[in-house]
Design a binder for this molecule. Structure first.
Ligand code: SD4
Length: 338
C-alpha cells in the first residue's frame, strides 16, 4: 500500500504530471471503463482488489464489495474492527452498498462483524429492507454465517481510547488533518486520542458501463454509542444512479446527512456538471450554511460519471482519493473550498 510519506515524496516530484493528468481526466470525451475511484490513499490497495474483478469483465457490484472487504481486513483507523471505538469503548461499524438497478442494502452500528459490507449486500439481496441496525443487524449476520469476532480493541485503538479518556472530553473530533504539525497526509492515529480519517467509499463502473458503490467505516471516533453517520445512509454517504453517475463521501457525517450529500452531487451531475464541479457545489452548500463552523471540520465528496470522468472536492485541504483504470493508478489531491 502506498503510505502517506511515500506519496508525499512522490507527489512533490510528480506535481506537474499530476496537474496535467487531472485536467486530462476532466476533459476527455471517450468513455473510460472499467474504472474505480475511492477515498483516501488507502484506496490504492482497495482499487487493486476491485480491479481484479473489473479487468476480468466482472460486475462493478462485486468489485466494490471486494474492495471494501480488503480494507475491512486491515487494521485501519475508522474502517473495520481495528478502528476507533465509540465513547463507551465499543467498535460499531457502518456500511452500505448500491448497484446499477438502485438495489441497496446497509447495516449501521453493527458490532463484532468483520465484513459489514458483505452483510449490507445480504440485506440488499435477501430481504425486502434497506437498513438493519445494531443487534438486529448482528443477528442477521450470524444467521447468514458471518462469525462473531472478539470485542477486543486493536493495540492502536486501545492506546488512543485510553488517551482520549484521560482528557474526559466527550466531543468527537474528526477529519481535522492536523496539517500544521503533520502536513496534508497526517497519520491515522494520534497518540493524544484525536481521530483522523479513513472511511472507505468507492464507486466503480464495469465494462458494461454499469455503476455500483460501497462504503465501510467505524465512523466518527469516540461517538455517542448508537450514533450513525452518513456512511450507511443511501443518498448521504453513497448514491448511485446508473443513468448519471455515482458519488461517495468522507468526513463529518452529520454535515453530509443534512444536505443529502451524495444524492445532491449526483443530481448536479444530472444537470450537466462535471464530477468535480458537482462535488464543489455540494461542498458550497455545507459551507454556506455556517462558514465559521465549516472551517472547523472536513467533508470531501468524490464522484464518477457515466463517461468515466471523476472529480472530488473538499471543504479544506487534505482530502485525497485514488483512481484505477487502464490509464491510471494514482492518488490525487482533491481541490478544496476554504
Ligand atoms: C462518519 N463519514 O461516520 C464518517 C466518518 C469519516 O473519514 O468519513 N471518516 O461520519
Amino acid at each position: 500500500m502506498l503510505n502517506r510519506r511515500k506519496f508525499l515524496h512522490l507527489s512533490a516530484l510528480a506535481a506537474p504530471l499530476l496537474a496535467a493528468r487531472r485536467s486530462f481526466a476532466n476533459s476527455f470525451d471517450a468513455t473510460v471503463t472499467p474504472i474505480v475511484v475511492s477515498t483516501w490513499d488507502s484506496g490504492m490497495a482497495v482499487n487493486a482488489e476491485a480491479w481484479k474483478i473489473l479487468s476480468a469483465g466482472g460486475r462493478s457490484l462485486d468489485a466494490v464489495e471486494a474492495g471494501a472487504r480488503q480494507i475491512e481486513d486491515t487494521i485501519n483507523c475508522c474502517v473495520g474492527l481495528g478502528g476507533y471505538p465509540d465513547r463507551d469503548g465499543i467498535v460499531t461499524l457502518d456500511s452500505c452498498i448500491m448497484d446499477e438497478h438502485a438495489n441497496c442494502g446497509a447495516v449501521a452500528g453493527i458490532e463484532r462483524i468483520k465484513h459489514p459490507v458483505s452483510v449490507a449486500r445480504k440485506v440488499m439481496e435477501m430481504t425486502p429492507h434497506v437498513i438493519l441496525v445494531g443487534n438486529g443487524a448482528q443477528q442477521f449476520a450470524v444467521e447468514n454465517g458471518f462469525p462473531l469476532e472478539s470485542r477486543e480493541l486493536s493495540e492502536d485503538a486501545k492506546k488512543a481510547y485510553a488517551n482520549w479518556l484521560k482528557k474526559n472530553e466527550y466531543k468527537p473530533v474528526i477529519n481535522i488533518e492536523n496539517q500544521k504539525e503533520h502536513g496534508p497526509f497526517a497519520p491515522n492515529f494520534f497518540e493524544d486520542g484525536t481521530a483522523n480519517h479513513d472511511t472507505m467509499g468507492l464507486v466503480a463502473m464495469d465494462k458494461r458501463n454499469d455503476l455500483s458503490g460501497a462504503v465501510t467505516t467505524s465512523g466518527m471516533a469516540f461517538k455517542v454509542h448508537g450514533r450513525v453517520g452518513d456512511s450507511p445512509i443511501i443518498g448521504a454517504g453513497l448514491f448511485v444512479d446508473n443513468e448519471v453517475g455515482a458519488a461517495t463521501s468522507s468526513g463529518v457525517g452529520e454535515e453530509v446527512i443534512r444536505i443529502c450529500g451524495t444524492h445532491l452531487v449526483v443530481e448536479f451531475m444530472r444537470q450537466g456538471y462535471a464530477p468535480e464541479m458537482a462535488c464543489m457545489k455540494a461542498v458550497e452548500r455545507i459551507v454556506k450554511r455556517d462558514k465559521a463552523k465549516a472551517k472547523t471540520l472536513q467533508v470531501g465528496f468524490l464522484a464518477l460519471n457515466k463517461k468515466g470522468q471523476y472529480g472530488a472536492y473538499a471543504i479544506q485541504k487534505g482530502f485525497v482519493f485514488s483512481v484505477k483504470s487502464e490509464k491510471e493508478n494514482i492518488v490525487h489531491e482533491s481541490k478544496y473550498l476554504i
